[in-house]
Design a protein around this ligand. Sequence first.
Ligand code: ATP
Length: 126
Amino acid sequence: MKPHRHSLYRTFANAAAGVVHAFKTERNMKIHAAAALMVFIAAALLQLDLIRWLFLLLAVGLVFTAELINTAIEAVVDLVSPQVHPYARIAKDTAAGAVLVAAIVAVGIGIGVFYEPIRGWIGSLL
Ligand SMILES: Nc1ncnc2c1ncn2[C@@H]1O[C@H](COP(=O)(O)OP(=O)(O)OP(=O)(O)O)[C@@H](O)[C@H]1O
């Protein structure tokens, strides 16, 4: 039976609890957060323009979103198939693959965003 409709506040609070849970339990989330923090500090120091900031936000959002979905899939798999099963392996490996793809895309975006500004900064030092 479906529980009664939650208030909008409750819905956001549940979603935020999900994000907090992933940060607390998933080591990868902490690694992504540390990487994102370093990227944003570098972007601020290099005074990147708005478009570059938006690309960075998209890249970071993509990785966090993939990791949250991966965490959700892991939980569902552990719930329905605590024992080893080939389909459980496929579900977990594919979900982890989504994070890998997102991270590779994010690195590509990062290289594209930072290439010119870092070249300019190095040029200004020489
Ligand atoms: N029930 C299962 N049946 C078959 N293989 C499984 C099962 N549970 C996990 N595995 C295999 O072990 C791997 C690691 O699973 P685990 O649940 O430990 O993920 P994790 O190490 O927490 O992943 P992440 O680092 O993304 O948090 C999976 O990718 C999958 O290949």
